[in-house]
Design a protein around this ligand. Structure first.
Ligand code: AMP
Ligand code: GLY
Length: 410
């Protein structure tokens, strides 16, 4: 099978790595890819949001499947053009991707589907959450616990313009549920947790994600199934009813509250950095599952899951999420890999043969282990082998879960 993978982040590097393990894969191409992906695939200089360019590339490669990683091209409709041309695509249409592209649309679908979510409030008052309606790369949400935060949130909302939703502020722990969907059926992957805040102890601004782990210890098979039934399948049915069947990864971002699970948001694609922790645990033919989803038959697919845990630690530019870094040397990836870790590249570039920084989130270092504690210590040991001047990481990825599992500081 000839596959074209669209995107250039850590999520896509993880997908390239995992798809590369499939015996059905004959050729892997990426657009545009990154230096890490280039070691696994043929990269083409076509931007992820260049719909015409992707269509031309997919045609010239005679791609059997296109897998689209990031949300922006999906929300812009790149999957539609490919599908109209008869090319199987793992990724939703523009109409179905609105579930991520518009928070107001997502709320409307959730209400129609009877999915538990945060209540909408008539007017902003503390405590509440303000959400800009459109895509904002994780920066369009402001939690307002104090009047000062509310004032700042309203100011930010004005800079985003457009509709701003005001909703109930929920307390609890978050969970990411990723399901491979074929328009009507869904296959759920390992439940994951990501760490959105910039600094240890969940301090600082929201980021794209500073780390992740999977599976989440207190979410067993039965609970995961319940979440699939209450938070994923009803939305699939509602989108299909509206003539916008969802094909791709439907990612439910949940808050597990004292009153039960509540959906905070849907994403129309694999999570980043959840994917880096979830895919190493997949047993079986991931490519076959994506191809089945793209052609409407994920119902017949079963994927196993390794009896193990995975932890991903993101190495980011020192000033991330406010600033990015370019041109600083990245060293030690081979040593980290020799320790048994997977190193997924995100914001990197090659400059005269040297791998250098090129973005905010630079690398994800993933390790697996029989226990979460083992995976965590391996991931941090491997991350310590990598040297990037001025870069930083959170030190507490998966720490609370390990402490809960082992009954003490891990
Ligand atoms: P979203 O883009 O909607 O997922 O929001 C980004 C992050 O903001 C979430 O992952 C949560 O950490 C937080 N968040 C969003 N909505 C709520 C809510 N209603 N209550 C508490 N936290 C929220
Ligand atoms: N890690 C959260 C996201 O991918 O949106």
């Amino acid at each position: 099978m000839r596959v074209l993978l669209v995107g250039s982040g850590g999520r896509e590097h993880a997908l390239a790595w995992r798809l590369g393990l499939s015996s059905a894969l004959t050729e892997l191409h990426a657009a545009p890819g990154n230096p890490g992906i280039a070691a696994l695939a043929t990269c083409h200089p076509v931007a992820a949001d260049d719909g015409d360019g992707l269509l031309g590339l997919a045609r010239s490669l005679a791609a059997d499947l296109v897998v689209v990683g990031p949300e922006a091209p999906l929300v812009a409709g790149v999957a539609d053009a490919l599908r109209h041309a008869g090319i199987p695509v793992f990724g939703p249409s523009r109409a179905a991707a609105r579930i991520e592209g518009s928070k107001a649309f997502a709320k409307e679908v959730m209400a129609a589907a009877g999915v538990p979510t945060a209540a909408l409030l008539d007017s902003p008052r503390v405590p509440c959450v303000l959400k800009a309606d459109g895509l904002a790369a994780g920066k369009g949400v402001v939690l307002c616990r104090t009047e000062a935060e509310l004032a700042r949130g309203l100011e930010l909302a004005r800079t985003f313009g457009g509709t701003v939703l005001v909703e109930e502020l929920l307390e609890g722990v978050e969970l990411s549920v990723l399901a491979l969907c074929d328009g009507s059926d869904a296959l759920v992957l390992a439940p994951a947790r990501d760490f959105k805040r910039a600094y240890d102890g969940d301090a600082g601004p929201n980021t794209g994600g500073m780390g992740s782990f999977a599976p989440v210890p207190d979410v067993g098979a039965e609970r995961l199934d319940e979440l699939l039934e209450t938070c994923v399948r009803p939305v699939l049915a509602e989108l299909a009813r509206r003539g916008a069947p969802f094909v791709g990864t439907l990612f439910a971002g949940l808050m597990l509250t004292a009153d039960g699970p509540r959906v905070l948001e849907y994403n129309c694609r694999f999570g980043d950095p959840e994917t880096q922790s979830v895919l190493p645990l997949v047993e079986g033919d991931l490519l076959g599952a994506l191809a089945a989803a793209a052609t409407g038959s994920v119902g017949g697919v079963a994927l196993g899951r390794l009896d193990a845990s995975a932890v991903t630690v993101v190495l980011a530019a020192g000033g991330y999420p406010e600033t990015t870094d370019r041109g600083t040397a990245i060293d030690g990836i081979e040593q980290a890999e020799a320790d048994g870790a997977l190193v997924f590249q995100a914001g990197t570039a090659l400059h005269e043969g040297q791998l250098v920084t090129n973005g905010g989130r630079l690398l994800g270092v993933t390790a697996t282990g029989e226990t979460l504690a083992a995976a965590r210590s391996r991931a941090y040991a491997a991350a310590a082998r990598i040297h990037i001047a001025g870069a930083r990481r959170r030190e507490d990825i998966a720490l609370a879960a390990v402490e809960a599992e082992t009954g003490g500081p891990g």
